[in-house]
Design a binder for this molecule. Structure first.
Ligand code: FES
Ligand code: FES
Length: 153
């Protein structure tokens, strides 16, 4: 099947088989391996990308559903240097093995696009369902709060 969509700001087309997930299309067809496959069944958040403005789990979406959509992956975030959130993750020690990090960052980028001044509750909801087996979640939460303070100064 042929799909046509906007990927990281550029119009793309691809021939894919109907059962490929969006995660497989991004990684295997387009070589965008920054998006990770942690569980493959919607439980870990590592595969999160932004689709039509919303964070989604790309392992749960079929590639054919991307037809006509606009998708941003982690590769788009640092195209012009690290984002505020990526810098805050480094400063707060919120990255260890880094496997979960692209998913958290994409959830955060979507959140801060929606609101520069999220409440603690909104941050927690954005982090919900993202699993990290290394850092615990305090450092990640602090990184989000740091960006909020910077954006609202
Ligand atoms: S790989 Fe998609 S949620 Fe875990
Ligand atoms: S930093 Fe290793 S899983 Fe989160």
């Amino acid at each position: 099947m042929k799909i046509k969509f906007k990927l990281n700001g550029e119009l793309k087309t691809a021939e894919i088989v109907s059962y490929m997930t969006l995660l497989e299309v991004l990684r295997d067809t387009f070589g965008l391996t920054g998006t990770k496959c942690g569980c493959g069944n919607g439980e870990c958040g590592a595969c999160t990308v932004i689709m039509n403005g919303h964070p989604v789990r790309s392992c749960l979406i079929l590639g054919v559903e991307a037809d006509g959509s606009e998708i941003f992956t982690i590769e788009s975030v640092s195209a012009n240097g690290l984002s505020d959130l990526q810098k805050a993750f480094l400063e707060e020690g919120a990255v260890q093995c880094g496997f979960c990090t692209p998913g958290f960052i994409m959830a955060g980028e979507a959140l801060f696009k929606r609101t520069q001044n999220p409440t603690d509750e909104e941050i927690k909801i954005a982090l919900g369902g993202h699993l990290c087996r290394c850092t615990g979640y305090d450092a990640i939460f602090k990184a989000f709060k740091k960006v909020k303070v910077k954006k609202t100064l």
